[in-house]
Design a protein around this ligand. Sequence first.
Ligand code: FAD
Length: 468
Amino acid sequence: RKPDIDCEMLVLGAGPGGYTAAFRSADLGMDTVLVERYDVLGGVCLNVGCIPSKALLHAAEVLNEAKHAADYGISFGTPKIDVDKLRAHKDKVVGQMVKGLAGMAKQRKVRTVTGTGMFVSPNELEVTGADGKLTLIRFAKAIIAAGSQPVKLPAFPWDDPRVMDSTDALMLADIPKKLLVVGGGIIGLEMACVYSALGSAVTVVEFMPQLMPGADPDLVKPLAERLKKQGVAVHLKTKVAKVEAKKNGLHATFEGELVPETSVFDRALVSVGRAPNGAKIGADQAGIAVTDRGFIPVDRQMRTNVPHIFAIGDLVGQPMLAHKATHEGKLAAEVAHGAKKEWVARVIPSVAYTDPEIAWVGVTETEAKAKNLAVHVAKFPWAASGRAVGLGRTEGFTKLIFDPDTDRVIGGGIVGVRAGDLIAEIALAIEMGCEAADIGHTIHPHPTLSESVGMAAEIQEGSITDLY
Ligand code: FAD
């Protein structure tokens, strides 16, 4: 069959990995086609992930701050929440970004094809449109960026609209009186913060002994304490055995120590992780290897086992984060264009945009312990930061983790307001091979929360002591 479209570069999936790869390919002069199932670009991150969740978290922050303001003499009364307007605001934020992306694709002459793509040979992809129309695309090179989707636990009656994944929860259909959040990872806790601020009574159950497994426990503690103060019930080492949809609510049965055996909820959000889409794109037809779990293995140049096909983003492995996907997208496009490059980033920062935020990068204390790695830890408590005191948010702290032999910073963690914005300095310090003195001698503006990074370095140097 004769192809409908011939191109030099095909990109499958228009999430942050895919659109970045397509734009870079086009900028490098390659004739690029971008295939996306939905009629908007942006993928999970922009449409049902990073961006809408942060728009709602901002609303939560305003509500919390308004409550807190009474402590310093400013009272607003009981807030009135117009859910329709809030939803429209979130959609507007997303819409604005989607429009920007469409403009950027057009400007670069990236051809977009809407429909579900499946490989039919090592150089051909067939796209099925919503109307059933088939488009055969022949390509010289390809970058797969088909992302991931939420894991659907079988214990839940998924045909009931009261059972939600993260996409449903972001739709903000209503504000449930009682919300069950299953999974205390980043996504679950961000949504718990949103719904709790909006007025839902939230219960979080987590199978592991700690919220946000992956982050050091000391970073998680201030968040756990604040959630508790806000009335969010958290049950660790607890599993949902069964959920029955009844007229009066979702009846959830738990296995664990702390919860009553059955509780009734108006809605449940299942946020227990995401599964890669590697096994759903006809990879075998192109000879591309896929693991049992659906990940596509790649080398340090993002190349799959088929040399002219690359893969990036959530479907090549953890961490499933947008900034990892974009970085990989640029690299894959450049390598496909002939650049002699490979993955060189040492660290990828993680951020939970909860209240307070938690951010970490590089080696964690938990990891150092598990690997028997000797480290020095320097912690600066925000109770000693004039800015944090002024904000009324002294529960935070900044810690730097050093290699004791070289005094170089190899990791760091921050918990507190805007921790996500602050972590970038530590990531840069690790990439640059900074020693404590390099950070400590850098003048940080006063009074800012960023000073806490400089202070932690000075603690390591020994020029500040006795903060606790
Ligand atoms: P995706 O964004 O998953 O995009 C893949 C695209 O491919 C999709 O548009 C899909 O429709 C399309 N596709 C798949 N199969 C086909 C096919 N066969 N044919 C055509 N198209 C196809 N990360 C962060 O870094 N920061 C955050 O704050 C953050 N918040 C998040 C909040 C939530 C609620 C969720 C769910 C995720 C969040 N993430 C966040 C994770 C982030 O969204 C992902 O890591 C990121 O979107 C991955 O990008 P990607 O390009 O690999 O794939």
